[in-house]
Design a protein around this ligand. Structure first.
Ligand SMILES: [Zn+2]
Length: 396
């Protein structure tokens, strides 16, 4: 079989697998067992070993599968990583979002670029790895619930730590048009709940207005936002260069003349350095626990302020001597390094010492949108990268 035929076959297979993957409705928060079984079976049939990690109810699953080196060397293992969940669909699609539809040079479907396209390429390419005389392990990491707040990946990372995996090269195939992304800010989301005491507005001293304490809390957040600007690291590579903070919503109260007993505030911060997240939270918690809460309790001892962490996706820091970036650069010939404004699982892998790069097929422009698509040529580029990885991972 000629090389060209091989390439065509890999490409056709990646489209076939992508079509299958899109048909699994793996919206964040929902059961992804069938999709994981599908991936596991393909890899097991090729001789891979695998393990799974779960959420509390085993409704959602991470898969970590390995094609072992046939001639182990001291080369770092490679992890090909993608999330299996997709964002929900809204009305207005021109095609069925869960049925892959090819039109001209594009394939439409929820998850086509974010990021089942990458997963499909890795599965289509896996038979080549399994036949090759690999001198390092190739891992396939498929996680759940990245889109909500990277809920699945930390569970997998814990297990990797337990198993002593602490080095390697990880490629996260988020849609970057195959460009190298080597940093992004963190993304921390919170909801803070205030509970006071309801009462008639004509006697404010007999109630505790959750809305008013929430307002003071929001003011503190705005004040701390200015402090974050002052803390801007000198060599920041981000735009804006400092950690940002945003109040996404305040919800509370039932009527003009009723003291509100409940209120909650949705807010988020995007730290450029981890220390900013720690600084912000400790200042804020101190203010809530030492100033606001004692004041509320003077009138109503059962008052409460509860900060609920929706997710704390750690930032991904630029590493000037990144093995992962170097490997991808050598294979694609593209030496550029870019930063992005969206969060990924990259920082989680980086935290345990794995050299990580974000690079994958498709564009983030089409992610999370109606009529999400991937340009088919992007899948070919991704398969080329996987081919390069193979050539880099065989005994020469
Ligand atoms: Zn994604």
């Amino acid at each position: 079989m000629s090389t060209e035929n091989n390439t065509n076959q890999l490409f056709d297979n990646s489209i076939k697998i992508l079509t299958d993957l899109i048909a699994f409705k793996t919206i964040s928060g929902e059961d992804n067992n069938s999709l994981i079984n599908y991936c596991d079976e393909i890899l097991k049939n090729l001789g891979a070993t695998s393990f799974r990690t779960f959420d509390g109810e085993k409704k959602r699953v991470n898969l970590f599968a390995t094609l072992k080196a046939k001639q182990p060397s001291n080369k770092k293992p490679i992890i090909l990583s993608g999330h299996t969940d997709v964002v929900p669909v809204s009305k207005g699609w021109s095609t069925d979002p869960f049925k892959a539809t090819v039109k001209n040079d594009k394939l439409f479907g929820r998850g086509a670029c974010d990021m089942k396209g990458f997963i499909a390429c890795t599965l289509a390419f896996a038979p080549v790895y399994s036949k090759a005389n690999l001198d390092r392990d190739i891992h396939f990491s498929y996680t759940f619930d990245e889109e909500t707040a990277c809920i699945g990946a930390p569970i997998l990372i814990e297990e990797l730590k337990k198993r002593g995996v602490k080095e390697g090269i990880c490629i996260i195939g988020e849609p970057t048009n195959m460009k190298i992304i080597d940093a992004h800010k963190g993304c921390y989301e919170y909801t803070t709940y205030f509970e006071g005491l309801a009462g008639h507005s004509s006697a404010p001293h007999k109630g505790v207005s959750a809305v008013e304490y929430a307002a003071r809390y929001v003011n503190k957040l705005i004040e701390l936002r200015e402090k974050l600007k002052e803390r801007v690291p000198k060599d920041s590579i981000f735009d804006p260069p400092y950690s940002t903070l945003q109040i996404g919503g305040i919800f509370g109260g039932i009527a003009h003349n009723v003291i509100a007993d409940k209120c909650h505030v949705n807010w988020e911060t995007r730290p450029v350095i981890k220390e900013d997240g720690i600084f912000l939270n400790s200042e804020l918690d101190k203010y809530a626990n030492e100033i606001l809460l004692p004041d509320m309790k003077k009138v109503f001892p059962n008052s409460s302020i509860r900060k609920n962490i929706i997710g704390e996706v750690v930032g991904f820091d630029r590493d000037k001597k990144s093995y992962a970036c170097e490997l991808v650069s050598n294979l694609t010939g593209d030496n550029a390094r870019e930063v992005v404004s969206f969060g990924t699982e990259a920082g989680l892998f980086q935290e345990i010492g794995i050299s990580t790069v974000v690079c994958g097929p498709g564009s983030i422009e089409q992610a999370h949108k109606i009529d999400e698509f991937i340009i088919l040529d992007e899948l070919k580029k991704c398969l080329n990268l996987l081919e390069g990885i193979k050539n880099n991972s065989i005994v020469s």
